[in-house]
Ligand binder design. Structure first.
Ligand SMILES: Cc1cc2nc3c(=O)[nH]c(=O)nc-3n(C[C@H](O)[C@H](O)[C@H](O)COP(=O)(O)OP(=O)(O)OC[C@H]3O[C@@H](n4cnc5c(N)ncnc54)[C@H](O)[C@@H]3O)c2cc1C
Length: 291
């Protein structure tokens, strides 16, 4: 549970998204502009082609487009691979009243129960909601055989894998108020890096997608802040800025990717280790932690 000091703030994804978008001048984000591809045109310049066929040229291209980045191929031929584990997402509403045993098991913060290959991770969100990831280490075709379009069938099949577990834990599967959502987990190899290509770089999951360990959004935001700082420090030299940014980002993301069990959410001590690492690298004591 949160220790009440404000040192471990959690934030809902939607709230974080609103905070970030509201901080930008109107019109900065152009909605509906899906990137189809990007190519090098020489002299440090790149051309981005959108799904509607329109193009834009730029002297600084930052791929912040997540796991399946369309910008990454300009720098690296590496693609994410399935880590051998997927999670099934569930949600229990009004937990204190409707699911008191599960609510007590989860407590005021987060809870992990696991055996080799099977895991239930749950945490408390606002409005008395319990949000859970049911982790199963199985190949993708094992999940393909389950009809996730039929929520009841999928719930029963996943619950079967936890037969004999405590009912307050299996309730996090069987009592979900949403249909279970399958989320296959992919990662780039830890230590993924590339040689400098003029005018283009990556940040966040596009650069260092890893198995969820509770820190991916923190790292993505830190990358963005560090890249901005480097560009401000080298206003007339994009290459110097990108070099400085990448030299710090590569070891930071490598170390963070190796913290925590593959595919697991971070334990408290793992999170503390990442925060200590980020603090050491940035001098900043206050880091947001996301759900
Ligand atoms: C199950 C699960 C649980 C997680 N839990 C946590 C957690 O508790 N805490 C935490 O810190 N992290 C968590 N993470 C990791 C976290 O979600 C990511 O590390 C983080 O979102 C990375 O941010 P990003 O901005 O790099 O990429 P993303 O959040 O993926 O953002 C990329 C953006 O690019 C856009 N985009 C993609 N392709 C295109 C295109 N072709 N054209 C235009 N736009 C495009 C997308 O729409 C998206 O808005 C979790 C991940 C998973 C899978």
């Amino acid at each position: 549970a949160d220790e009440g000091t404000g040192g471990r703030p959690e934030v809902m994804r939607g709230d974080l998204r609103d905070i970030l978008l509201d901080s930008l001048p109107a019109g900065t984000v152009r909605w509906g502009q899906k990137v189809g591809s990007a190519r090098t045109v020489g002299g440090g310049r790149h051309e981005v082609t959108f799904a509607d066929g329109s193009t834009v040229g730029t002297s600084l291209l930052v791929g912040a487009d997540g796991a399946w980045s369309r910008v990454r191929p300009l720098l690296s031929s590496t693609t994410p691979e399935y880590i051998g584990k997927s999670v099934v997402e569930t949600c229990l509403l009004d937990a204190g009243i409707r699911h008191p045993a599960a609510a007590e098991a989860v407590g005021g913060g987060s809870m992990i129960a696991h055996t080799p290959g099977r895991e239930i991770f749950a945490h408390r969100e606002r409005a008395d909601t319990l949000h859970a990831y049911i982790g199963l280490s199985e190949p993708q075709d094992w999940f393909d055989a389950i009809d996730f379009a039929d929520g009841a069938v999928a719930t029963a099949r996943i619950a079967q894998e936890f037969d004999g577990w405590a009912p307050e834990l299996t309730a996090l599967i069987t009592d979900s108020d949403i249909a279970p959502v399958l989320r296959p987990l992919h990662a780039l190899p830890a230590g993924h890096r590339w040689d400098r290509v003029p005018g283009v770089t990556l940040l966040g999951d596009a650069a260092h997608l890893s198995a969820p360990n509770g820190e991916g959004a923190n790292l993505a935001m830190l990358d963005g802040a560090e890249l901005g700082t480097a560009l401000a420090a080298h206003p007339d030299d994009i290459e110097a800025a990108l070099t400085a940014y990448e030299q710090a980002m590569f070891p930071r993301s490598t170390e963070a990717a190796t913290i925590g069990e593959p595919g697991a959410h971070a334990t408290d001590s793992d999170s503390q280790a990442v925060r200590a690492l980020i603090t050491a690298l940035t001098g900043s004591e206050k880091q947001e932690r996301t759900q």
